[in-house]
Ligand binder design. Structure first.
Ligand code: PLP
Length: 374
């Protein structure tokens, strides 16, 4: 990654720990917490986030790819790790050798895992993925029991539980979520009646962890709330979450433009009056969404400065006519707190017609991170 020291992406690991403890406090004793650190911990940095969460007491970690799992193992993290997308056959041996658990939904992968485990003299630990209504990865409910029974052919494969994912956990109306939970419970009961113990069965994401204790089963699987964003904006979740990621830059140039001046590509903004403009060294190459063109805001001296004109690759322009004392080189907050004002990932997401998850991933993917609060 090419480093621009003019954009500062800060990850507050103390806030991550705080959020973990808030969520942990929602779980009954004995319910485990699987911290989702996939996608580079939602842009927050896989290894530092995993270390912090493991240190705080997380029992399990969830990643997306074998590569992420191996990166954690190479850093000496020895907690159970689950590959939430599973593996393809060619990844089976590597995953089993590194003691990575995985979700399973394909017969050819079951066979590859069984063979890898036997030749390595290890167990391959799997969580059977069930689609209870997300319409994404997993077996359809009617396929689950036959699939489970077929796994008796692979004695080196250990089935730890069923896993499913909720499609509507973050909305106030819980009808659809309850239907999914009931479907999950029915399958679990039917499987247990046939002698499968399935000690690690889990369906709850952040929203269900916070609002739906019936969804906790033996383990809950939060992601976004760990990173300090509520599962969905616009309503209270009754949990004290602290944002973990913040991003700042500085004023690169200050200039005064006369009425009728065009700002940025396409002249999508023309100054109606004299305009004090701050040019900032951040753009879509830093993950800053181009949809913030003429929509987004930044914070300078504790006040909101609106973006004027198009977001460029490396630059944006903000109006500071109403803000006293702005100087070249002074700090500007793109995400986070400044002089008592705050811009959240949900604020940026609303302007960019997306969700906080994507803002976090985009900023994390594009900028070097500085870690504090370890
Ligand atoms: C399979 C799975 N489990 C858990 C989560 C965590 O969800 P959330 O970040 O909404 O808590 C995700 C996130 O996308 C996921 O894909």
């Amino acid at each position: 990654m090419m480093i621009s020291s003019l954009v500062d992406l800060t990850i507050d690991l103390a806030a991550l720990r705080h959020n973990y403890l808030q969520l942990r406090g929602r779980l009954s004793p004995g319910v485990k917490l699987l911290a989702v650190v996939k996608a580079d911990a939602y842009g927050h940095g896989l290894v530092p986030a995993a270390r912090t969460l493991a240190g705080a007491g997380a029992e399990y970690l969830g990643v997306a790819s074998v590569e992420e799992g191996l990166a954690l193992r190479q850093e000496g993290i020895d907690l159970p790790i689950i590959l939430l997308m599973g593996v393809v056959p060619r990844e089976s041996r590597t995953a089993v050798a590194a003691d990575l658990d995985m979700v399973l939904y394909r017969q050819d992968v079951a066979q590859a895992l069984g063979e890898a485990a036997r030749s390595l003299g290890k167990k391959a630990r799997v969580h059977l993925k069930v689609d209870t209504g997300m319409g994404r990865l997993g077996l359809n409910p009617s396929e689950v029991l036959p699939f489970l029974e077929s796994l008796r052919n692979y004695p080196d494969l250990e089935v730890l539980g069923l896993i499913s994912h909720l499609a509507m956990a973050d909305v106030a109306d819980k009808t659809y979520m309850k239907k999914q939970i009931q479907g999950f419970l029915d399958l679990l009961t039917a499987a247990r009646d046939r002698g499968w113990e399935l000690p690690y069965s889990h369906i709850a994401n952040s929203a269900a962890l916070i609002e739906m204790p019936e969804a906790h089963f033996g383990m809950a699987r939060p992601g976004i709330a760990l990173y300090g964003s509520p599962p969905a904006p616009g309503r209270s979740w009754g949990v004290d979450l602290k944002p973990v990621m913040s991003m700042t830059t500085q004023v690169l140039q200050l200039k005064r433009l006369p009425p009728g001046s065009c700002i940025s590509y396409g002249c999508t903004y023309t100054t109606p009056d004299w305009c004090d403009l701050a040019v900032l060294p951040v753009g879509y190459c830093n993950g800053y969404p181009r949809l913030l063109t003429n929509r987004g805001q930044v914070l300078i001296n504790g006040q909101r400065a609106p973006i004027r004109g198009r977001v460029c690759m490396n630059l944006i322009m903000v109006e500071v006519s109403h803000i006293a004392g702005v100087q070249e080189g002074q700090p500007v907050t793109l995400l986070g707190e400044n002089g008592g004002e705050r811009l959240t990932a949900d604020d940026l997401a609303a302007w960019a017609e997306t969700i906080s998850y994507e803002i976090h991933c985009s900023f994390g993917n594009a900028n070097p991170r500085r870690f504090i609060g370890a």
